[in-house]
Design a protein around this ligand. Structure first.
Ligand code: NAD
Length: 280
């Protein structure tokens, strides 16, 4: 089935995990983590990065298009973790490759990689898109889809060499459903592709003991929706069974679970954290 698979089937189960407490399986002690798009304290990436510091990560690299130095300094001061900031454009293959090389030089390895950087752009319907809007379609695909591809490709090679690793992709509930009444077709298309990328890569990476999963957040209050009219926010709240948007902190546990040995048998999953939005 897998002609390139160098490992024998059945593979050895990690029975050493049985000796550890469940609490300890959630530890990142000694691990090196990378989180992209974590410059803003209210953002999703920042919540993941903070959880990794709290779980004992030895080193953390924050990548962002905007200067992430402040986020790195805050986390470093608060937790004593070696947190470093990197200016990276994930939509550029060369930028991603150079950043992976730099992290390897700085920290020696990468155990956990969170591909979280993304842009949100509401287009309405495809039929309303004029030629000028095509640029925005391509920009969104460059960051939200191609950016994940570049990250997965370069970090996957590190995982393959080191025979371990966890890649967590920030997809969205929008990859599973169609947001209504505010249509955002390009975004939904990119996030749906990310969910299948996680499943495809889960199969591709499994022979070298690396896992790939998605988190699919619902409407989160990360500050990006602040500009929207209150009427729109109220409509969203009505459509969410929990009756409100989520806080970034309410995603931290999902990112921690998927990063750690607690999820050693979880790969190709799309973990939905959406206050029930996708249920009805
Ligand atoms: P955010 O703005 O805090 O995070 C996005 C980060 O990505 C920003 O810091 C931005 O500078 C960075 N970024 C943008 N383009 C980049 C590029 N080319 N290279 C490197 N970094 C780049 O917003 P957020 O809400 O925390 O979003 C984080 C992720 O979560 C995104 O992928 C978003 O699509 C996804 N998401 C958000 C929500 C929500 O409701 N906020 C819901 C589901 C999924």
């Amino acid at each position: 089935l897998y002609p390139d698979d160098p490992t024998p089937i059945p593979r050895r189960a990690p029975t050493e995990l049985l000796e550890r407490s469940t609490f300890d399986l959630f530890s990142l002690k000694g691990k090196i983590c990378v989180v992209t798009g974590a410059a803003r304290a209210k953002g999703i990436g920042y919540a993941a990065a903070e959880a990794y510091c709290e779980a004992g990560a030895k080193g953390l690299a924050i990548w962002d298009y905007n200067d992430p130095s402040e986020a790195a300094e805050t986390l470093s001061r608060k937790y004593g973790t070696d947190v470093r900031a990197y200016r990276v454009d994930v939509s550029k293959n060369e930028s991603v490759k150079a950043a992976v090389d730099k992290v390897l030089k700085d920290f020696g390895t990468i155990d956990v990689f969170v591909a979280n950087a993304g842009v949100v752009w509401e287009t309405g319907t495809i039929l309303n898109m004029e030629t000028d809007d095509d640029v925005n379609w391509h920009h969104l695909m460059d960051v939200d889809l191609n950016g994940v591809y570049y990250c997965a490709k370069h970090v996957g090679r590190v995982f393959k060499e080191h025979k371990t690793g966890s890649l967590v992709i920030t997809a969205s509930m929008s990859g599973l459903i169609v947001n209504f009444p505010n249509l955002q077709t390009p975004y939904n298309v990119a996030k749906a592709a990310c969910i299948n990328m996680a499943k495809s890569l889960a199969v591709e990476f499994a022979p070298f003991n690396a896992r790939v999963n998605c988190v699919c957040p619902g409407y989160m209050d990360t500050g990006l929706s602040d500009f929207l009219p209150q009427k729109t926010l109220n409509t969203w709240a009505q459509l969410i069974p929990a009756g409100r948007q989520g806080l970034n902190k309410e995603l931290a546990g999902a990112y921690l679970y998927l990063a750690t040995d607690a999820a050693s048998y979880t790969t190709g999953a799309a973990l939905v954290v959406d206050g029930g939005y996708t249920c009805p």
